[in-house]
Write a protein that binds this ligand. Sequence first.
Ligand code: SF4
Length: 207
Amino acid sequence: MTRPPRFDAAAEEVARVAAAALDWDALAAAARPCVACPELAATRQHVVVGDAPAGGRPRFALVGEAPGANEDQTGRPFVGKSGQLLDQLLAEAGLARAEAAVLNIVKCRPPGNRTPKAPEVARCSGWLRRQLELLDPPVVVALGLSSAKWFLGPRTVLAEARGRAHDVDGRAVWATYHPSAAIRFGPNGAPRAGLLADLTAVAGTLA
Ligand code: SF4
């Protein structure tokens, strides 16, 4: 997993505050006022902490890259077009979103939906690492290359990593396409079919 660079005091502070949170609610309360990334903190509407099933360990976690405009506006993850497609494909695969934790690598929307910068990923990693510790999902689905790289390393190639589980700190991590890629390439494109195939394979391991 991505570790914060030692020189980044803000990343170390996030990790310290996150580690002190003893449950999901405490972590969410600590993360919402976070201003570790000045540009993102100045432009966001909400820190999108994520969703977790009420009372209990999630069967799996979905981890995307960062909130988009709809997520920023509502404070909830995957509620825009990507989220709608994700919900549809989860249902087709036989998976229930209500049983999943839904998280992002970076919790604040980057302006114009740009790719999060390395220091932003490093800073926000403290929140995500603690979320995974607290929720302890046995299976993680990394949606898109940024998420796949966070779990599997910076040299990850999505096409090579897909289609099987990777053991990461005792969890089964599956890397697959982000729903936004599935939208971009259309209903008959390879990303949509690949995402559905991967979610179906994950469902098979959870049955
Ligand atoms: S992206 Fe993460 S670390 Fe940066 S300000 Fe938002 S919550 Fe804090």
